[in-house]
Design a protein around this ligand. Structure first.
Ligand code: NCD
Length: 310
């Protein structure tokens, strides 16, 4: 099967399902859609089709950019944006909800607090299911827009040193991004306090795949040797013990002096929302890419939606 037909009708559940060919195809298509958005073109590629967005955890960027992507493609959207408004609160199981939505929509985007929920949903329907975040598991479409952003900001991905910093244990975006980057010739620096290190199974898979990988507990050290610094929020909602969160939340704070003192041009990324891990005065630096990164969610999700619906 070629790259295009492998994506047709596919679920998007984990970042490691994509090989280099699939990633390059998505990047290429996304670039095309970005150009067409710049030109203000009106598209009808997905005319007559309906996207369902089911969000059982809070979201601003992921849900709105999926919906904007579908609308820009001429399709339509139905949405559960507030879990309290769905029948899940009456005790409906996820497979039953999905089987129902199967009758309403052509593609289903799901965000859910449980790891593995997207796989469970995918088994309940033949329609494509896209994982928009399953607890502390995966967030594959964020990884695609992160990859696209690195390419846009740096001109190439191969050969870069990328530092992933912050809550690497609970942060689903960094789990997915590390896997996507392993398809390119990058060096990975993992910067986290000891309690928030990258889960060993992911780190071991990366090493087994031949990725050059270093771990540090020091943000400054990572900053001084990377091209891209990907900051993340300490994921408060994943802590059973609030005291532990309080103790770790301020572990890494990136300031303007730190970026300016790095002695190299660093691209600063963040999936957002940020709490206080990037000081606002960093925003004005040319390398601060996080709001451009958020905007890239639209063309990248347009690319993905058109590829999986064929
Ligand atoms: C992230 C998420 O939901 O995992 N946000 C996003 O999708 N852009 C990151 C986070 O919540 O910290």
């Amino acid at each position: 099967m070629n790259v295009v037909s492998r994506l047709q009708g596919a679920d998007v559940l984990r970042a490691d399902q994509f090989d280099r060919g699939g990633l390059d195809l998505i990047l290429d298509k996304a670039r095309g859609f970005a150009r067409s958005l710049e030109r203000g073109e009106r598209l009808d590629t997905m005319g007559g089709q309906i996207l369902a967005t089911l969000f059982f955890e809070p979201s601003t960027r992921t849900r709105l950019s999926f919906e904007a992507a579908m609308l820009r493609l001429g399709g339509q959207v139905v949405s559960v944006a507030d879990p309290k408004s769905s029948s899940a609160v009456k005790g409906e199981t996820l497979p039953d909800t999905i089987r129902t939505v199967d009758g309403y929509a052509d593609v289903i985007v799901l965000r859910h607090p449980l790891v593995g929920s997207a796989e469970e949903a995918a088994q309940a329907t033949d329609k494509p299911v896209i994982n928009a975040g399953d607890g502390a598991g995966q967030h594959p479409t964020q990884a695609l827009l992160d990859l696209y952003t690195i390419l846009q900001e740096r001109g190439e991905v191969d050969g870069l040193t990328v530092a992933l910093a912050g809550d690497l244990k609970h942060g689903r975006t960094v789990h997915s991004l590390a896997q996507v980057l392993s398809r390119y010739g990058v060096k990975l620096l993992l910067a986290a306090p000891d309690a928030l290190r990258m889960p060993p199974d992911i780190a071991n898979d990366l090493r087994a795949a031949g990725v050059s990988l270093e771990e540090t507990e020091n943000l400054q050290e990572a900053l001084s040797s990377c091209d891209v610094l990907y900051m993340t929020r300490v994921q408060r909602e994943r802590f059973a013990d609030p005291a532990e969160y309080e103790q770790l939340k301020g572990a890494f704070v990136l300031t303007r002096e730190m970026v300016e003192g790095a002695g190299r041009e660093v691209t600063v990324m963040h999936p957002l929302p940020r709490v206080d891990e990037i000081s606002p005065e960093v925003d004005a630096l040319p390398g601060a890419a996080y709001f451009r990164q958020a905007a890239n969610g639209v063309p990248v999700r347009m690319a993905l939606l058109t590829l999986i619906t064929g």
